[in-house]
Design a protein around this ligand. Sequence first.
Ligand code: MRU
Length: 354
Amino acid sequence: MMAQNTQVYPVIWSENAVWLIDQTRLPSEYSLVEIHRCDDMAQAIKTMIVRGAPAIGVAAAYGMYLGAREIDTQDRDYFLTRLEKVAQLLRSTRPTAVNLFWAIARMLKTAYESIGNVQEIKEILLKTAQIINSEDLQTCKEIGKHGLAALPTDPDKLNLLTHCNAGALATAGYGTALGVVRSAWSQGRLTRLYADETRPRLQGAKLTAWECVTEGIPVTVITDGMAAHCMQRKMIDAVVVGADRIAANGDTANKIGTYSLALIAKAHNVPFFVAAPLSTIDFQLATGSEIPIEERDLVEIYQIGQTIITPEGADFYNPAFDVTPADLITAIITEHGAFAPSQLHTQLHEKQLT
Ligand code: MRU
């Protein structure tokens, strides 16, 4: 159950339970949480024990199976009605990452389309969750390959900058943006990764840096406000970030702070790449203004560890994501290749439907 070699798998099915790496405890402690019930999976997603768009999709798929397993009936129609409730619970956990909704929809569709009895539907749901898990790992590797081909060729060895954690921890393994970084590193094309700390939850400082250090990838953590300075000093050759939801026109929701990073990159002529699987593209939304933005507990802003850092009387605002307009994005790197935002619809919509 421990991470083998340097491979990190945040969601594992074993011994009839789901095991999650507790991402709220990294980097000081590597521990696993054992999940048997759908309620506990919903809570784990909400509290960010598991986080990152593809990883919560995988976790929700297993959550659907756990919920199905708890439904004690032989009546297929009653089973499906109850399964809809399970889906509702899991959908209510986090609103922005579309992979969550995509995985739940795929699990529901599988259940409805299965011609078997309730027991057989439960078995096929488990298989489907496992397939979603293994497909995502494969997808990330493809993203890594296409990302490497899309990166600038001059200079030969690159300094990359990323925001938040779009690594193995945020996916089934390997990562999207960090998958591109891993590919570059394995091919000798990376000098160093700069990781924004990513206030308020510090996924960059805690998780991205942990993944890099574990694997021996040179990483420098900077505070979010230092990115402009680094670009002005020509320390960064390209930015690569992940995504939580991409609208049909290429507008991209990702961790709060991504938009300002894209503006800074544009101002300094630094290419800005988004790496994400096809399942992150929401062709039902024409533009990014329709993407729901999660607002999280204000304690994330006014407290660090056990210390309250703000004076009494101040107010707070805590949007967890922002939307980067498509015109700031050089290319969106998917498992099918890298595309300009304007090409998404013509190149990928059909593929998502099949
Ligand atoms: O709030 P989080 O930690 O779930 O946000 C994660 C991000 O914003 C990631 O960049 C995104 O989900 C892509 S993960 C491959």
